[in-house]
Design a protein around this ligand. Structure first.
Ligand code: COA
Length: 260
């Protein structure tokens, strides 16, 4: 059987994960989630990988969310477990120790948008539609959407999108702050690679600590956030990379960082 997730290394230090069920709009079936979790763990444990791009196969969809055909056959308890599994997978994406870029190649709906919201940065193909459509199915976003979308774009816009269940197109998504960049569909992956290539030039420990400081700091008051920032900064101080950055500056050359 074909793999449900394609995993390859684009160039040294950049991993690309592609949801590979285009015939089902890359919906999050149980087997797909299992494969995705395995790859996320592999990547997170590989010190050589410094940025990950998450995208979908085909031109129509990044991910159409939960597998609604699979869901229809589930008992209530199985649904509870399935929603939990989707949520935990998205948390795993969010907690990866490196920047994760969502390259949204087509529709990102329900759990598909929630998955993109678990990523650090979102670049979308022009015309892609995005929405938390769950209330139209008489459920609510259960993969973190009520929390992450509200924190990203504010409660008013999040409530409008969630209560109406109405998807938006890329221009509106950019205006609202759901995505950070739009690319032409055939230039989407290159845009993601370009950003990832820029990111991986920087210190890996610094990237991890900057991500932690932002993610943890945004969930608390400013003084606690500033303390978190200081703790994260302190993690970079004893690294060889920090010294390499200073030496490279003095020698007017590009630094060569090793992640330690
Ligand atoms: N789960 C399982 N199968 C799905 C799916 C999902 N979430 N989304 C789409 N599919 C399947 C369709 O049933 C169809 O299968 P079929 O060929 O056996 O009929 C196939 O993928 C193609 O979908 P289709 O709707 O025909 O394609 P489209 O280009 O007209 O529309 C979408 C694409 C993504 C806009 C549309 O499929 C859609 O709205 N899907 C539901 C998204 C959603 O509400 N997700 C929220 C889950 S909480």
């Amino acid at each position: 059987m074909a793999s449900l997730i394609d995993f390859h290394i684009k160039q040294e230090h950049i991993a690309v994960l592609t949801l590979n069920r285009p015939e089902a709009m890359n919906a999050l079936s149980g087997p797909l989630l299992d494969e995705l979790n395995t790859h996320l763990e592999t990547i997170d444990n590989d010190d050589n990988i410094r940025a990950t791009i998450l995208t979908g196969a085909g031109e129509k969809a990044f991910c159409a969310g939960a597998d609604l055909k699979e869901r229809k056959e589930m008992t209530d308890m199985q649904v509870v477990r399935n929603v939990g599994k989707i949520g935990e997978t998205i948390c795993k994406v969010e907690n990866m120790n490196m920047p994760v870029i969502a390259a949204i190649n087509g529709a990102a709906l329900g759990g598909g948008l929630e998955l993109a919201l678990g990523c650090d940065i979102r670049i979308a193909a022009a015309g892609a539609k995005m929405g938390l459509t769950e209330t139209s199915l008489a459920i609510i976003p259960g993969g973190g959407g009520t929390q992450r979308l509200s924190r990203l774009i504010g409660t008013g816009h999040a409530k409008k999108l969630i209560f109406s269940a109405k998807p938006v197109r890329t221009e509106e998504a950019l205006r609202l702050g759901i995505i950070e960049e739009i690319a032409e569909p055939d230039a989407l992956l290159d845009a993601a690679y370009t950003l990832a290539a820029q990111i991986i030039q920087n210190g890996p420990v610094a990237l991890k600590q900057a991500k932690t400081a932002i993610n943890k700091g945004m969930q608390t008051d400013i003084n606690t956030g500033l303390s978190i920032e200081r703790l994260c900064y302190n993690e970079t101080i004893p690294t060889d990379d920090r010294k390499e950055g200073l030496v490279a500056f003095k020698e007017k050359r590009s630094p060569i960082y090793k992640g330690m």
